[in-house]
Design a protein around this ligand. Structure first.
Ligand code: CO8
Length: 258
């Protein structure tokens, strides 16, 4: 049992809801620890997709907990940042895809959490931003790393230097989210995406995630070689045999993840 996480399981999809309503789901050390523990235990054989969302209709995550950070010194600040960055990296490297269903404010650490996920969709009331410089700090949960990769250097610098929030439609326009839907439809949309992913061969999806993440930082030659190897590995799976056989016999394959 977690104090600040609600976990739900719908078939092959797990849903992790961050819940700290009094602070608009702001991330404190306890929540970061709980997310880390949940991901450590995450059953990648049973679940083929994880959805991350926030409790309530107002906020996904309104940032790192400012009341916890207010009195930190440099070493403690670095430690807090490192803790968040490590947990977010766990999300990014989880073998199955992770969808952020952003249901409101995704500010500071909340925007950084969404960016650590593979796919972001949001409700029409969502707001994104990196307001840290207005608090005398910088994005510390890898926001300076991931925002530029997602929306380009110029837009990332504008968002981080001004600290201004943007609305859902602007987040869509700059490619920070993949889709905007009415709030009442957010979880249905997230589940629809998740189920589309779950219907595919999980080892192949996982290999594709590893490839995209890893190859991003490689030179082209090295990246292509990495993909070649992963592609070859797919041919050692039963799913590849069954998937291709099903196509050739005009059947449907229920992938087993083997
Ligand atoms: N931390 C702590 N408490 C928060 C936070 C937060 N990030 N956000 C909101 N709360 C609390 C408020 O203090 C308030 O508490 P109370 O009712 O006790 O006064 C409650 O949540 C409700 O908030 P508001 O009354 O402010 O609600 P509004 O609807 O008026 O405003 C906003 C909503 C716009 C979301 C507003 O709350 C806000 O601006 N929040 C702060 C957003 C922010 O600056 N986030 C970035 C934080 S810094 C960060 O995330 C850095 C990440 C990297 C860390 C690296 C470590 C070194």
């Amino acid at each position: 049992m977690y104090e600040h996480l609600k976990i739900e399981e719908r078939g092959m999809v797990a849903i992790m809801t961050i819940s700290a309503p009094k602070s608009l789901n702001a991330l404190n050390s306890t929540i970061l620890k709980e997310i880390g523990e949940y991901l450590d235990e995450f059953d990648t054989h049973r679940f083929r997709c994880l959805i991350v969302t926030g409790d309530g209709e107002k906020s996904f995550v309104a940032g790192a907990d400012i009341s916890e950070m207010a009195t930190l010194g440099p070493q403690q600040g670095e430690h807090f940042g490192k803790t968040g960055a490590e947990v977010f990296r766990q999300i990014e490297t989880l073998p199955c895809p992770v969808i952020a269903a952003v249901n409101g404010f995704a500010l500071g650490g909340g925007c950084e959490l969404a960016m650590a996920c593979d796919i972001r969709i949001c409700s029409d009331n969502a707001r994104f931003g990196q307001p840290e410089v207005g608090l005398g700090i910088i994005p510390g949960f890898s926001g300076t790393v991931r925002l530029a990769r997602l929306v380009g250097m110029g837009m990332a610098k504008q968002l981080i230097f001004t600290g201004k929030n943007i609305k859902a439609d602007e987040a869509l326009r700059i490619g920070l989210v993949n889709a905007v839907v009415p709030q009442a439809e957010l979880m249905d949309k997230a589940m629809e995406l998740a189920n589309q992913i779950c219907a595919n061969a999980p080892l192949a999806v996982s290999a594709a995630k590893l490839c995209i993440n890893t190859e991003y930082d490689m030179e082209a030659e090295e990246a292509i070689a990495f993909e070649n190897q992963a592609f070859g590995m797919c041919f050692s799976t039963e799913d590849q045999k069954n998937g291709m056989q099903a196509f050739l016999t005009k059947g449907k394959c229920e992938f087993q993840g083997k």
